[in-house]
Design a protein around this ligand. Structure first.
Ligand code: 4AD
Ligand code: MG
Length: 461
């Protein structure tokens, strides 16, 4: 029976037993009558060392055990003599599934840049870094479901194809089956009543509006799915396709929203430190020195909380020169967000009560009539990781805002019904899953924390 390498390091009952492991060759060190082979199967960061005597692997076979070759090995598991590993396998039998010609295999033992590895997205899962990233990504998905399950939130799947623009920013990919020559309306625009859904439709930018329908019936729900944004942002923080976690709570205010966001980030950080210690040691040593310490700090300290107005004042008094000027009413740029989190607060902070004109139509208008009950969570390394708000539950004000922002009220008839019938105060937020992974691992570029990144000009693989 095949046993995962992770199990070999944890299950002491396997010592001195005959077992079979499979994996890909990482290194081979040859001595006179013996060779040391290291393989990995992706289940844990640590490689398994295998002792090969010449009767098990002769020289022609050893020749083929170059990095990337795939093997299965049967042998006896022993406590290791060396100090770098706890157990090792004394091989009795070795089977080579497939060699990887060192003259052609693109992943050589030397360090490759992350940029170069993006061009090999099909093979980069075999690198140490990508293995660690995927294991942490997996743990974070599991932690997310655990967190919301523990708080009795219901997991809801919302549509990927939609006809409404949740954020009102117009950054949507269109979905169509129309082919040329297009049917045209009298004004020469394309006639979408002939399209698959009989109207213009898009890939969703957020599941929030749909999640609100279920929160306004079942109280606490969350979504966790892919979202799409056709913004032409070539940055290390933006993807055209990313995953978002969106909780939505009924009978809740901005205070509840901030509590949930803070608890969520602390819980997921703690979960990864507990469940991925080897991967986190690697990130700590090679990707961001001190990342474990940084996360411990995040878990132990309460987040800072300031209003947008206070944030603007802090930035205006900062000794730092910013590329973009700061004034009340303007958007906080990524450089401003990072200054607040990294230099001013030196920890995560929640910025609340943004000007109404900067935020989406659904956010609840504050009594000052200038700001809305919004909150963004900003963290060191990443900047904005969470965006959320209390939702406008008053029908008349919501209608007024939809008109003011030049959106088509008819498109939102069902959303408005939630306010017409049994309206309740409610609130929610969205976590960018890949930004969460950047925050937890210390990785620098969002394209390196999603298996197959999509960004302007690139949908290869
Ligand atoms: O702030 P955003 O646009 O909020 C919403 O979409 C709301 N509907 C969420 C809600 O209240 N239910 O996006 C939420 C988060 C951001 O804070 C950011 O972490 C991430 O999604 N995000 C992106 N991540 C990667 N690439 C992009 N292009 C992103 N745009 C937003
Ligand atoms: Mg936002």
């Amino acid at each position: 029976m095949r046993i995962k390498i992770k199990t070999l390091f944890t299950d002491l009952s396997l010592l001195n037993k005959e077992i079979t492991v499979c994996g890909w060759v990482k290194t081979l060190r040859k001595q006179k009558n013996i060779a040391f082979l290291e393989i990995n199967d992706g289940s844990i960061f640590t490689n398994l060392q295998i002792i090969l005597e010449s009767r098990v692997a002769n020289e022609p076979l050893l020749q083929q055990l170059s990095p990337g070759a795939s093997v299965s090995v049967t042998g006896t598991l022993q406590k290791s003599q060396g100090k770098n590993q706890s157990v090792e396998l004394i091989a009795q039998k070795l089977h080579l599934y497939g060699s990887a010609d060192p003259n052609q295999y693109p992943l050589q033992k030397k360090q490759h840049s992350f940029e170069f590895l993006r061009t090999l997205a099909h093979l980069r899962p075999r690198t140490n870094t990508q293995g660690a990233v995927l294991r942490v990504r997996n743990a974070l998905a599991f932690a997310t479901h655990t967190f919301f399950h523990n708080r009795s939130f219901l997991y809801l799947q919302t549509p990927i194809i939609t006809t409404s623009d949740c954020e009102g920013a117009g950054e949507m990919f269109q979905v169509t089956t129309l082919k040329e020559p297009f049917a045209r309306l009298p004004d020469q625009s394309i006639d979408h009543s002939k399209d698959f859904f009989k109207k213009k439709s898009y890939l969703t930018v957020s599941g929030q509006l749909n999640a609100e329908c279920f929160a306004c019936a079942l109280s606490d729900v969350y979504t966790f799915g892919p979202t799409f944004r056709a913004e032409n942002s070539n940055t290390s923080r933006h993807l055209a396709e990313f995953w978002m976690i969106e909780p939505e709570m009924a009978f809740a205010t901005l205070e509840d929203d901030m509590e949930l966001a803070q608890s969520y980030l602390k819980f997921t950080a703690e979960y990864v430190l507990q469940h991925c210690p080897k991967d986190m040691e690697f990130f700590d040593q090679f990707i961001e020195k001190g990342v474990i310490e940084r996360l411990r700090h995040v878990i132990d300290q309460p987040f800072e909380q300031i209003s947008y107005t206070e944030a603007v004042s802090i930035l205006q008094h900062a000794k730092k020169k910013f590329e973009y000027p700061v004034k009340w009413g303007g958007d906080l740029q990524s450089e401003h967000e990072r200054y607040l989190a990294e230099e001013h607060c030196k920890k995560p902070l929640i910025v609340t009560d943004y000007p109404e004109s900067l935020k989406a139509f659904y956010m609840r208008r504050n009594d000052d009539k200038k700001t809305v009950a919004a909150m963004d969570v900003l963290v060191p390394k990443v900047g904005e990781i969470i965006g959320g708000s209390q939702r406008e539950e008053r029908l008349d004000i919501l209608c007024e805002k939809i008109e003011k922002m030049h959106l088509n009220k008819d498109d939102y008839w069902w959303y408005l019904d939630l306010r017409r019938f049994g309206t309740v105060p409610h609130a929610g937020f969205g976590v960018g899953f890949e930004r969460l992974i950047l925050f937890i691992t210390g990785m620098e570029n969002i394209r390196d924390v999603i298996p197959f990144p999509r960004f302007p000009g690139s949908a290869e693989f």
